[in-house]
Design a protein around this ligand. Structure first.
Ligand SMILES: Cc1ncc(COP(=O)(O)O)c(C=O)c1O
Length: 466
């Protein structure tokens, strides 16, 4: 009896699950017939399943709505999309179509805001939160939006001197600002305090001595972001509590303060064994804010989030062919794939990020432990561990079929394009894969189209001056 890959998956996880199922021996992802796509377009390919993005926005709203109702919470909830997690227009169009607001991170992000405006995707009422360390150019562009009548721009001060730029460049009678408070990093991190934001102990003195004296700037928002994400851990709850307490103390002396921004960091499945109770976490956050406000006798703030990965991560996948199985010693087999992992899923190399990894075909074959080798000649171009165990198992690829083994990394929709650079020159000149957009038409039927074909040698060589 062989131990089949399908048995391994069914014995290890609850399978099928929300986005993954097997139909006629092939994997489906959100009902997308992946083998059909692979046969139509070939590998390597990246795909974006657009409807998932809107579904995520709606899902989060529902969780907050329920939590707010349950706690009899008086503030409102605002969903902002953190554009840096994926700037593609099909992503922005989808989040905006679902009523999300925006968060920007850099000067060029404001150029993107203007593009969206000229296309009628946003208007002067859209809430746009501006984060990041601001260069003078970035503050000029933010000020320009305010001067041109955008009413809900909220530059979040990353340091105490940033306000002087707006003093100089904004010419309206009043404008909103926020303060980002620096959080303490997780105990095992290299630094104690995040470089982003104003240190906690300086926030109240800064408000008293500078902002409260400013005739035009109105402090509207306190912002903090626990970089390691919204987790049910002592560290997260401790940082959240500190942030809320600071909000309450600030509110006591700052009547214009009405908004608490808890940033991004909502996790998404990175293994089939992922377990996370979104409703529980959101309800606890809302209740914690409510209880603290009651204790301080203040009004409950509107709650803002800036979910990036949560919004767009689950929409993406990278599909590769296994082109060779190299046996390098008695126990190590390398499945060589047809693109670089460093280029296509750079977080797996840079920060050890894991993604859901599943074969598209050959689930009835036996399985074996493998290392996945990227096509570049870089020693670090490999993937050999999953979240639930420190190894990777995939089907044996030698069989009677003419079809190679296809594998997919799923939930890769956030950050990978921007970090890898889309187009441009690539590590070892291995081209960007083709990018396929999958959507649903008015009749609910899945459609697919090529956003970009596979990058050509010519496109790289011309950048290189040839
Ligand atoms: C200020 C801020 N908001 C939101 C986000 C989005 O985080 P995530 O993609 O984890 O939701 C980030 C990510 O670094 C951030 O720095």
């Amino acid at each position: 009896m062989i131990n089949r890959y399908t048995d391994l998956i069914h014995q290890t996880f609850d399978f099928p699950q929300e986005s993954f199922e097997m139909v006629d021996g092939y994997l489906r992802f959100n009902d997308i017939n992946l083998i059909e796509l692979v046969r139509k377009y070939g590998t390597p390919l990246k795909l974006t399943y657009v409807p998932k993005i809107g579904q995520q926005v709606e899902k989060a709203r529902k969780f907050f709505k329920k939590a707010i109702k349950h706690s009899d919470y008086r503030g409102k909830y605002y969903y902002c999309y953190c554009t840096k997690s994926c700037h593609f227009s099909h992503v922005l169009d989808e989040v905006l179509a679902h009523g999300a607001h925006l968060e920007t991170s850099s000067s060029f992000d404001i150029d993107l805001v203007w593009k969206l405006y000229s296309r009628g995707k946003i208007d002067e009422k859209t809430i746009i939160i501006n984060n990041g360390f601001k260069t003078e150019e970035y503050t000029r562009k933010i000020s320009d939006l305010i001067n041109k009548g955008f009413k809900n721009i909220i530059p979040v001060l990353d340091n105490k001197s940033e306000i002087f730029y707006y003093d100089q460049f904004v010419d309206t009678d009043e404008y909103n600002v926020g303060i980002r408070v620096a959080t303490e990093e997780e105990p095992n991190f290299e630094f104690y305090t995040s470089r982003l934001g104003i240190r906690n102990a300086d926030v109240l003195p800064f408000y008293r001595s500078v902002l409260s004296q400013n005739k035009r700037a109105r402090l509207k928002m306190l912002h903090f972001f626990v970089d390691t994400g919204i987790k049910d851990s002592i560290y997260y709850w401790g940082e959240l509590k500190k942030g809320i307490t600071l909000y309450c103390e600030l509110k006591k002396i700052c009547p214009t303060l009405t908004a608490l921004n808890i940033g991004g960091g909502m996790p998404i499945p990175n293994t089939l064994g992922f377990e996370y109770d979104y409703q529980y976490m959101i309800s606890e956050i809302v209740q914690l804010i409510k209880d603290s406000c009651k204790e301080y006798g203040i009004e409950e703030p509107d709650i803002y989030t800036e979910f990036g990965k949560y919004t767009v991560g689950e929409s993406g996948a990278v599909i590769l062919s296994v082109v060779n199985a190299k046996k390098q010693n008695d126990s190590e087999i390398w499945y060589m794939v047809d693109n670089s992992l460093m280029n296509t899923i750079p977080d797996s190399w840079g920060i050890g990020e894991r993604f859901i990894l599943l074969p598209i075909n050959k689930w009835n074959n036996g399985f074996r432990r493998v290392n996945i080798g990227g096509l570049s000649c870089d020693n670090s171009d490999y993937y050999n561990a999953e979240v639930h165990e420190n190894q990777v198992y995939l089907p044996v690829n030698e069989d009677d079929s003419d079809e190679p083994l296809y594998i997919g990394f799923f939930h890769t929709g956030a950050y990978q394009d921007a970090l890898s650079g889309y187009g441009g020159i690539k590590h070892c000149l291995i081209p960007s894969p083709k990018h396929i957009i999958v959507d649903v038409d008015d009749n609910g039927k899945l459609t697919d189209r090529v956003l970009f074909p596979e990058q050509t040698a010519e496109s790289m060589l011309s950048i290189l001056g040839y």
